[in-house]
Design a protein around this ligand. Structure first.
Ligand SMILES: C[S@@+](CC[C@H](N)C(=O)[O-])C[C@H]1O[C@@H](n2cnc3c(N)ncnc32)[C@H](O)[C@@H]1O
Length: 542
């Protein structure tokens, strides 16, 4: 095994979101990394055995943190050098690799191809094989499965052509072996050698000429062969029903249609591949996208947490990476609770909560989300439990929510509660001042007169201490301290050094029944990364 600096292509492969995935959540002296499936695939393709991880958090010379052994996709952890609690950016600096994977390189002539010609990938390669009597074939194949050739769509047990003509014809077959694992009879491990010996099979290695076609190549192998050498061939995508959603880099754009076609070929069920053409900065949080391959039908059907959803993916927000968070929050609710979902999208919190027996009031400003929200309520037969609105979040809080809240607080007790979900991470914390003085003028029933609503508010943070950051921003907007009376949960790492957080707390009594204060806009310090929201106008809108 040799250590070498990572070729640019590997470093690029292991970029965001893998660098994000390499993000630690460890204590002072341990680094934890999630080895994502994609990272595992990259490591597998390059036969990466371990990764040297460094931090550039101080914008100084990268500091060695750890050498991590790469295994199957799973959480790996190892001791780290130093004692920083948090690291912003992790770089894969160098890798330990085994020798080249030459066999799987498709013909050089495909380099630069922009229109997919599948036949051009066909080539003949020579692989090792072992001759096995048919009577023990199954047992040997089982014992040698770790060293047998594994390629998509390829048979690894083939007829032995040298068998033809004599009286033993058909009594033997050939098992094709992985040339990376087996070079000679000495390459077998002790268990494999013992199995061969026990069943009376000669460990002699033969050579077999094998035709490899486009069908036998993985998508990364095809793209690595086509795109200019040394360039990143990242072919990761999010799957939303039949749609594969990619985020290609500039250098990949000349090959975009070919990339789309390859993704469609290699992923059963994908019938449409789209590329994101803007960043997600629109009000409605949807992407502009271009169809790269396949049908242009954007109406996706997905299942999340056992619930079916349908929506036009090009016109609404949908993120398959939030399913755990949707389930987490809804698992905090009980049958009979009342839920206000201020930024509901097409309903992944709202419909799930209604299905679990809550009464739901769900709102979204995007008319298209509102339409699909209603559709999804019907689709899941919860129309009677879910009332939908098409309002700005602030108007929803100060209108439908405010109208219902006094009665709901009176009715609530230890067995039924009111929850408010606010998932618009770029802006939701800034909407919290809509609750200041929301029930001013109403009789405060006091601590024994009902339970106050519990809020679950999302925010992005790029700060070194994201928990503290989102908490402070919530407190600023509410005009009161939440210390000791809130929980902050890390939802996911959305980019290197950018976390999505959820702050949960019971709305303080002094905020709801206190004066309605107009919050002065602070000079934008960039922490929310969004344009400042509209200045709150409590007096006018209530
Ligand atoms: C991040 S998405 C969350 C959707 C859904 N709750 C989920 O978890 O997938 C935020 C939603 O807020 C909506 N939105 C954006 N600005 C809004 C506003 N001012 N008032 C109400 N909804 C808004 C968007 O249309 C989008 O559907």
């Amino acid at each position: 095994m040799t250590q070498r600096n990572v070729p640019a292509s590997i470093v690029d492969d292991v970029t965001f979101p893998e660098r994000g995935a390499l993000l630690e959540r460890g204590g002072a002296s341990r680094l934890k990394m999630t080895c994502t499936k994609r990272l595992a695939r990259v490591c597998c393709r390059w036969n990466v055995k371990s990764i040297v991880v460094t931090s550039t958090v101080m914008k100084s010379v990268p500091r060695l943190l750890a050498v991590v052994d790469v295994g199957v996709p799973r959480l790996v952890s190892c001791p780290i050098a130093g004692s920083r609690k948090r690291f912003s950016v992790l770089h894969v600096l160098s890798v330990m690799t085994d020798p080249d994977l030459g066999l799987y390189r498709p013909p050089a002539a495909v380099r630069g191809m922009t229109v997919l010609e599948r036949d051009a990938f066909t080539q003949t390669v020579v692989v090792p094989a072992i001759r096995i009597p048919t009577r023990v074939l199954n047992r040997i194949v089982k014992s040698l499965k770790k060293v047998a050739l594994q390629r998509p769509g390829l048979k690894r047990v083939v007829d032995d052509d040298t068998d033809g003509g004599n009286e033993t014809a058909g009594e033997h077959r050939l098992l094709l072996l992985d040339p990376q694992s087996v070079e000679s009879a000495e390459s077998f491990g002790p268990e494999e050698a013992a199995a061969l010996k026990g069943l009376g099979v000669e460990p002699a290695i033969r050579h077999y000429s094998l035709q490899l076609t486009y069908e036998n190549l993985k998508s990364e192998e095809v793209l690595r062969a086509v795109l200019p050498e040394g360039q990143d061939v990242t072919s990761g995508f999010s799957r939303v029903g039949h749609i594969a959603h990619m985020n290609l880099r500039d250098h990949q754009l000349p090959y975009k249609n070919l990339i789309g076609q390859v993704i469609m070929d290699k992923n059963p069920g994908v019938t449409c591949v789209v590329n994101k053409t803007n960043t997600i900065d629109s009000t409605y949080r949807n992407f502009q996208m271009e169809v790269l391959a396949g049908e242009s039908n954007m109406v996706a059907k997905v299942k999340e947490n056992g619930v079916s959803y349908e929506f036009d993916f090009s016109r609404v927000y949908w993120n398959p990476r939030l399913s755990t968070e949707h389930e987490r929050v809804v698992s905090l609710l009980r049958r009979g609770d009342v839920v206000f979902d201020v930024f509901a999208g097409v309903g992944p919190f709202a419909v799930l909560a209604a299905r679990r027996g809550c009464s739901v009031f769900a709102n979204d400003l995007n008319p298209e989300s509102y339409k699909w929200l209603q559709h999804n309520a019907k689709l899941n037969k919860v129309e009677s439990k879910l009332t939908s609105f098409n309002l700005d979040g602030r108007e929803f809080v100060q209108g439908p929510l405010r109208e219902r809240l006094p009665d709901l607080i009176k009715r609530s007790d230890s067995s039924s509660a009111v929850h408010v979900i606010m998932n618009l991470p770029a802006l939701a914390l800034d909407f919290l001042d809509a609750f200041r003085g929301l029930l001013k003028g109403e009789r405060d029933p006091g601590p024994d007169g009902g339970v106050l609503p519990r809020l679950h508010v999302y925010g992005f943070s790029k700060e070194d201490e994201p928990e503290r950051d989102v908490l402070e921003r919530a407190e600023l907007r509410l005009g009161t301290s939440l210390k000791g009376r809130c929980e902050v949960h890390t939802v996911r790492n959305v980019a290197p050094n950018k976390e999505m957080m959820c702050v949960s707390f019971s709305m303080p009594r002094d905020v709801l029944y206190g004066p309605d204060v107009v919050v002065e806009e602070k000079e934008d310090d960039g922490r929310s990364e969004e344009p400042s929201p509209k200045r709150p106008k409590h007096a006018e809108t209530r």
